[in-house]
Design a protein around this ligand. Structure first.
Ligand SMILES: *Cc1c(COP(=O)(O)O)cnc(C)c1O
Length: 490
């Protein structure tokens, strides 16, 4: 791939329909109207001087068709955004979720009229319990962070139920996703960071020093956000339990464990899953997710409502005896739950295991092909994602942000960058299992080309992207002061 700076689209970036306007041009050509014109209402109801675009039909069609191609998605190309598991989502799940019996089910319909819906939810609870090795599941939480919040409330309710009210701290590794400390803080806990050791595991000495009667629990991601399996997990669980603390599992990385390893067997007491990551629901635009919370036997009484149970009379919406209550309206994000159900049923146990095997294989393939060109802070086999670092390039004056932006020119969505925080110039690459060998090779070729450009023509990388309507956005301001409607330019 050569560094070609010629934009592939001749049309100027950022053009609006008004820019295309030509006085008198129309998007319709119909016979003269034979309906008498009614007089316009008087006064302020009629706005004068509206600048409406005057364009032909084909211009309107081309304009909106072009707009529709400006967003990148999994359906456009590889989307290796680490930690987000942007896998391809089979279309059959959409068909399943749109079956009229599901799509038209009303959440207030009586139980007797909702038995099919409740059966699906009950079976999904069972599958997720089996997959995670946990005992009970509530499908109520509507995102990963929401599931974390449910889990920490369960942790707190458990300690309170035992009259154990002196626990004020939650431990979180320094590699953790930002939602973990945020969740613990939102639930009223003090957060204490635990160091990672030289291998990228949780540092056991630091953990032992932090543990005491004031620790409510620990939030741990397995494999962690360095893409590494924490090989200290059994000791970590034992240490926490020795101190009466609860081990919370952030299950966002289950794509590395399906059918191969169960958090329940590792000593986790409570965990959440991200159905929109691991279990195949389109996400990334902020659209609906689901973060079921799964617990070991001693935490069953605290699960959020509803939990679906079955007896001789059928399926029921029930409230566990000491429930933390509802997490939102009704039964959770039913459409997302249906897609997960379809995914699990169509793949089966062997298929799910293959998902994990290929996800881990793909990440290690990228790791071995890019090692050397890009730095690797922890040089050991990874799980479903690999955290590279742009430190070699940074030393030559090109930072990781520029590498990420240059990848856009090569047709790839950038990986996650500058996270985890403990890896300088981090490039967190998660290819997922749904990319072919050819796609991985194309990504490697782009990363190689960029590394070469850093040596030979660093300015090309530093000023990327070159072909997008907008280049470097002020993302913080965009998130805090979003423009949610069209505004005429002055
Ligand atoms: C995505 C993610 C979360 C949060 O999940 P949301 O569904 O985005 O709220 C938490 N932890 C990790 C490790 C994640 O990757």
């Amino acid at each position: 791939m050569a560094a070609d700076l010629t934009p592939p689209v001749a049309r100027p970036a950022g053009q609006t329909l008004l820019d295309l306007s030509v006085p008198g041009r129309r998007a319709s050509s119909l016979p003269a109207c034979d309906v008498p014109l009614a007089p316009l209402p008087a006064g302020p109801l009629v706005r004068q001087g509206l600048r409406l675009p005057e364009v032909s039909e084909v211009e309107v069609v081309r304009y909106f068709t072009r707009l529709s191609t400006l967003n990148y998605s999994v359906e456009t190309g590889m989307y290796p955004l680490g930690s987000c598991t942007m896998k391809y989502n089979p279309k059959r799940h959409e068909d399943g979720a749109r079956l009229p019996g599901f799509a038209w089910a009303h959440p207030l319909a009586p139980e007797a009229a909702s038995q099919g819906v409740l059966q699906v939810l009950h079976e999904l609870q069972g599958y997720l319990a089996e997959i995670t090795g946990m005992t009970g599941v509530s499908l109520a939480p509507m995102a990963g962070a929401h599931g974390e919040f449910a889990g920490i409330l369960i942790m707190r309710a458990y300690h309170q139920s035992r009259g154990d009210t002196a626990r004020t701290k939650v431990l979180v590794p320094d590699s953790a996703h930002g939602t973990n400390p945020a969740t613990a803080a939102m639930a009223g806990y003090q957060v204490q960071a635990i160091r990672s050791d030289a291998k990228g595991n949780c540092d056991l000495d630091d953990l032992r020093n932090a543990l005491g009667p004031n620790v409510a629990g620990m939030m741990l991601t397995q494999p962690n956000t360095l893409g590494l399996f924490d090989t200290n997990i059994l000791e970590i669980a034992a240490e926490l339990h020795r101190h009466g603390a609860v081990l919370y599992g952030d299950g966002a990385n289950m794509n590395a464990l399906l059918g191969r390893a169960k958090p329940g067997a590792m000593g986790f007491d409570v965990m959440h899953l991200n159905l929109h990551k691991t279990f195949s629901t389109p996400h990334g635009g902020g659209g609906p997710g689901a973060g079921p919370v799964c617990v070991a036997p001693h935490l069953l009484p605290f699960l959020p409502t509803p939990v679906i149970t079955q007896d001789a009379g059928g399926y029921h919406l029930t409230a566990p005896e000491a429930t933390i209550g509802p997490m939102g309206g009704f039964h959770g994000n039913f459409g997302v739950l249906l897609r997960a159900y379809a995914y699990i049923r169509t793949l089966g146990e062997a298929g799910l295991r293959e998902v994990t095997d290929n996800a881990v294989l793909n990440a290690n393939y990228l790791r071995s092909r890019l090692a050397g060109l890009y730095a690797l802070k922890y040089d050991r086999p990874c799980m479903h994602e690999v955290v590279l670092a742009g430190t070699l390039q940074k030393a030559k004056g090109v930072n990781t942000l520029a590498i990420a932006k240059r990848l856009i020119d090569y047709g790839f969505h950038p990986p996650t960058i500058y996270f985890p925080l403990i890896v300088e110039e981090a490039l967190m690459v998660e290819p997922t299992e749904t990319e072919s060998r050819e796609n991985l090779d194309a990504f490697v070729a782009a990363m190689q080309a960029i590394a070469r450009e850093v040596e030979e023509s660093p300015e090309v990388v530093r000023s990327a992207p070159h072909f997008t309507p907008v280049g470097r956005l002020d993302e913080a301001t965009a998130a805090r002061k979003p423009y949610l409607r069209w505004r005429p330019s002055e």
